[in-house]
Design a protein around this ligand. Sequence first.
Ligand SMILES: [Zn+2]
Length: 346
Amino acid sequence: MKYNFTTVSDLQTVEKDTTIDVIGILKDVGEVNQITSKTTSKPYDKRELTLVDNTGFSVRLTIWGNTATTFDAAPESVIAFKGVKVSDFGGRSLSLLSSGSMSMDPDIDEAHKLKGWYDAEGRQDNFQSHANMGAATTGGRKEEYKTIQAVRDEGLGMDDTKTDYFTLKATVIYVKQDSIAYPACQTEGCNKKVLENNPGEWRCEKCDKSWDRPEYRYILSVNVSDHTGQLWISCFDDTGRMILGMNANELIELKENDEKAYQDKVTQANCNTWVFRCRAKMDSFQETTRYVNSITPHKCRTNLLFRVRYQVSSASGLNFSVECAKLAEQIKQYSLQGEGNSMFVD
Ligand SMILES: [Zn+2]
């Protein structure tokens, strides 16, 4: 079998309806679903797979019919596909053609390389989907980062009827410490705040259950910076773990037992650069101002204030090959714009 592989990241540069070959690690296997063909009214079985590779991207690939129903590869297998069609659905997605084929753990160089990469580092990586890129830009163009200045200039999140999404490459400069984590329920997926009613008895109202200890979860307020400005962003537990390099239970334990080590850990979070996928939304809150005048002392005035909240939905470390490709692309664009412009000579 001869393959001519396109990497998952490069899919964004491939025209829709092109037929390609792809190889990746099986990250996720969906259930079999039945759909009815619009043209023939016949039912079809389909199954969606998620593939990742060492370019930092993930993509969904649909397989059909018998291939879908009999599919039994274990997650984390390497699979090579010959003859898949590229669609622009969800940014970029793939569909195995009936003339195409699929090979599990093939004995080829690319497969061994991927397996080695996955075992060494890929398993811990976060992957970017082409869908995020569709949301961040329009029409499946390459994902562009917003600068902090652009986030402000374009007024992202200022329209209170909608949520804006953007991707930001920025460096942590300060982690606010007064509310770094909250004690949460231990029930999987509950995440509710628990209260310590008695020593060693943490109660979740929602689950109607008490725990001997809480599961701490991060709620971080982080100041990040790029070359255009600074921004406060809010991060939940997953991003908090990445930024602080340990889970919130461990960090709170450190805080209680070794203040110096805790401070060091929080300081170490600074100066690291991440790619943050964010949503910007208008938030309202009440501010009460007390003021005194001669007629009615201690009067209060309550104002409803609005502020844009920047919430991180996911973050990933820098993927240097992706970053380099972006920079090379920018240089290319600038030099095209500057053709005949002496600024760009040399
Ligand atoms: Zn609970």
